[in-house]
Design a protein around this ligand. Structure first.
Ligand code: PA5
Length: 430
């Protein structure tokens, strides 16, 4: 059984989920189960039910070029953008923005997101619109999500038609209809790519391209990962083993599954992971109707070590902890302080990146002493290529987990029902 992969864009270490002390064993029929999950996944992919998996292929490159060209053109005429979206139409692009453009307000082209329709971000957007020439970028696959439409309705009087870009379903929904009538720029969200799987489509790529980020490299990374996964023998497929390990730990009662990055820039990436795994897998099982699904959670190292680690280590055994680290060649050294502190001399020659890596290793070692199961992703760099590969890997693993859990990973009936209830409340006479 394989538990370690060096995939170039990142390495994955699952060994501590499987070592003798940690207490799970493969099921007797695991080979059949893994092969079935992979075959069903491929079947769905071939029958156009898993759009994200084919998106990095060359046949879609025209759409990537088109959005890059539009972004390039608009960057010249504007100084910033107000981007509106929520859930899958926000988390992925914002997570990548945080990593690849961590200081957006210091750039020539500034981007502000409104992901929650409440007063503070709306007020900030109005200020931004007054101080610079801004685009409006409205992102909603369905074209009818209340929060996004509310923000857009409120701000729309500030924008002329040639300063509006909508990213939405190519044929359906209110935003598509409005874009046709009003003459706004419009980019498609591929119909077979669901919200939380859409970050590498126009949903994420356009706002990132506006910021001058090399979006083709994200796609290259995803394409590379697709080749790796398609080229792996089924029983050595890292996405399948990652999904299966987490699935088995959940079945064993360790349903709380953390992803803990050790770099502030990656905090939102772990929030994106939470949405992906929660909304895709927290479902009624298709055969039995039983409720299933893991409880993905995000935490940030090292700060959350100082709030959660005690619980992880000595609290009830309900968790697995995933570490996510990235090397950072630009990380400064702690350096010599302005005062004398000989007992802490050992700190001075370390970079912050080294400090965080060592802290993650110390935490992992300490958790092993407490027999808490862990796994680890290590990225050599936070580059677009590596991140594209990581995102694609997580999406594929999550879809494979959907096969193991026997749920439809691509719908979200609970969210849709809530949207309907909200609409009925909003349309009810006071
Ligand atoms: O993943 C999903 O499908 C959801 O999180 C949606 O992205 C979210 O509800 C927003 O929907 P829409 O993009 O249609 O506005």
């Amino acid at each position: 059984m394989k538990t370690q992969w060096n995939l170039q864009p990142f390495s994955l270490e699952l060994g501590h989920l499987w070592d003798i002390r940690s207490g799970i064993r493969v099921e007797q029929d695991y080979q059949t189960k893994l092969a079935q999950a992979w075959d069903q996944f491929l079947h769905k992919s071939k029958t156009n039910q898993i759009g994200f998996f084919d998106w990095p292929l060359p046949e879609h490159s025209d759409q990537v070029e088109e959005l890059k060209e539009l972004a390039q053109k608009l960057r010249k005429g504007f100084q910033g953008a107000i981007c509106m979206g929520i859930g899958g139409s926000y988390l992925g692009p914002m997570a990548l923005q945080e990593i690849l453009n961590p200081l957006p307000l210091e750039q020539d082209f500034q981007v502000q997101w409104i992901s929650n329709a409440d007063s503070a971000p709306i007020a900030r957007a109005k200020k931004n619109i007054q101080s610079k020439k801004c685009l409006a970028v409205v992102i909603s696959k369905s074209g009818g999500t209340t929060e996004t439409l509310a923000a857009w309705f409120h701000l729309s009087p500030h924008f002329s038609k040639d300063s509006v870009v909508v990213i939405t379903d190519p044929n359906h929904g209110e935003l598509r209809r409005l874009s046709q009538r009003e003459g706004w720029y419009a980019l498609p969200v591929p119909p077979t790519v669901g919200g939380r799987f859409s970050v590498l489509t126009a949903v994420g790529l356009f706002p990132l391209a506006l910021q001058g980020i090399a979006v083709s490299e994200l796609i290259e990374g995803a394409k590379h990962m697709r080749d790796v996964l398609m080229g792996s023998p089924t029983l050595e497929n890292p996405a399948l083993w990652y999904a299966y390990s987490k699935f088995l730990w959940d079945k064993q009662g360790n349903s709380i599954q953390y992803l803990m990055p050790y770099d502030t820039r990656m905090k939102l990436l772990s929030d994106w992971y939470v949405q992906l795994w929660a909304e895709s897998l927290g479902k009624k099982e298709l055969d039995s109707g039983n409720s299933v699904g893991p409880n993905p959670v995000s935490a940030l190292g090292t700060s959350d070590q100082h709030s959660l680690l005690q619980l992880f280590k000595e609290g009830p055994r309900k968790r697995i902890i995933g570490f996510l680290t990235a090397e950072d060649p630009e990380s400064p050294q702690v350096g010599t302080p302005a005062f004398s502190s000989p007992d802490f001399e050992y700190l001075t020659h370390r970079t912050f990146s080294e400090l965080n890596l060592l802290a993650s290793q110390a935490t992992e070692e300490s958790l092993h002493l407490g027999e808490v199961p862990t796994y680890r992703f290590s990225l050599p760099r936070l580059s677009p290529f590596n991140l594209g590969a990581f995102i694609f890997f997580q999406e594929t693993a999550c879809a494979l987990a959907g096969e193991l859990y026997k749920v439809n990973a691509f719908d979200q009936p609970g969210v849709e029902e809530t949207k309907k209830i909200l609409k009925s409340k909003l349309t009810a006479k006071p």
